[in-house]
Design a protein around this ligand. Sequence first.
Ligand code: SAM
Ligand code: DTB
Ligand code: SF4
Length: 324
Amino acid sequence: MIRHDWTLEEIKDIYNTPLLELMYRAATLHREYQDTAEVQVCTLLSIKTGGCSEDCAYCPQAARYNTGIDVQALMKKDEVLAYAQKAKDAGSTRFCMGAAWREVRDNRDFDRVIEMVKGVNEIGMEVCCTLGMLTESQAQKLADAGLYSYNHNLDTSDDYYGEIITTRTYDDRLKTIDNVRKAGVTVCCGGIIGLGESHEDRINMLRTLSNMPSHPDSVPINALTRVKGTPLEHLPKVEFWDMVRMIATTRILMPGAMVRLSAGRAEMSLSEQAMCFMAGANSIFTGEKLLTTKNPSFEEDHMMFELLGLKPREAFKEEHVHVH
Ligand code: SAM
Ligand code: DTB
Ligand code: SF4
């Protein structure tokens, strides 16, 4: 049964279950609700890199930190479409375009992104964007252009959020997610572990996600990628087992969602990634890079799929309902 009324105590109990038992429970639900032979392959491309006005403490693209990222203007549509086609040829079925923006503005760059959305849609991939905050009418414009999904993460708990970002609020994030839903675009919303948060914060973030009126269609779980020059560069590396615990808990709370093993994959072995799939992950980000940091290559991922007997989930498998 898909629930939206999880209590903090219930989530705590699940999260604190001994690891192998937790994995077994998550794997059982995974088998019940999902096709475990399939993994959703979502290719990321940073279409506008660096120079961001925000202060997200983890982010290499924030202008205020000295991370050595070159600021680049919005990419040309033809280049974006060529990369989307390359991703499709490599087996990817979803294409996510990211921009280092605080929010979308109604300007010529947004018009150009709309054209990119139309173009990727014509290639036959599920189109996703992550462009920062969005108004309802902007979400509607993207929906009309064929946008399938919008990524906007909670990142962490409401309580811890202020330690990580001060230039916009938790409520701003929830509002954007609401605007996306109203436009009939599916929601991709998750978070990051390893920001210095407590277990309680992780549990609280999962409570917010799993008690949404409908669960996000995909939930990215990122391990902090520590980038030199950001305020979080000296934090310890996320323990692999914490990633497994987080993925399994997410799977149990939201059995119908795609749970995405996101940032951090480049530092994992094949056996570690396999363990994440066993624990309920059924989606990954692929691409030559994530946005600016290292990711396994298309070839490496192809080999992993062969080895583990996985196949990419086909595009548009479940028609989502547009509520125009
Ligand atoms: N600027 C837009 C925004 O913030 O919504 C879109 C792009 S932003 C880079 C998308 C997400 O990437 C962030 O919300 C965060 O969850 C994730 N992210 C960014 N830097 C990261 C890092 N160093 N490690 C892990 N996840 C990261
Ligand atoms: C998400 O949850 N993770 C992706 C995507 N959504 C946009 C981004 C991860 C970025 C990691 C740091 C970088 O490559 O710049
Ligand atoms: Fe800007 Fe997004 Fe990075 Fe925050 S996460 S600094 S909003 S690009």
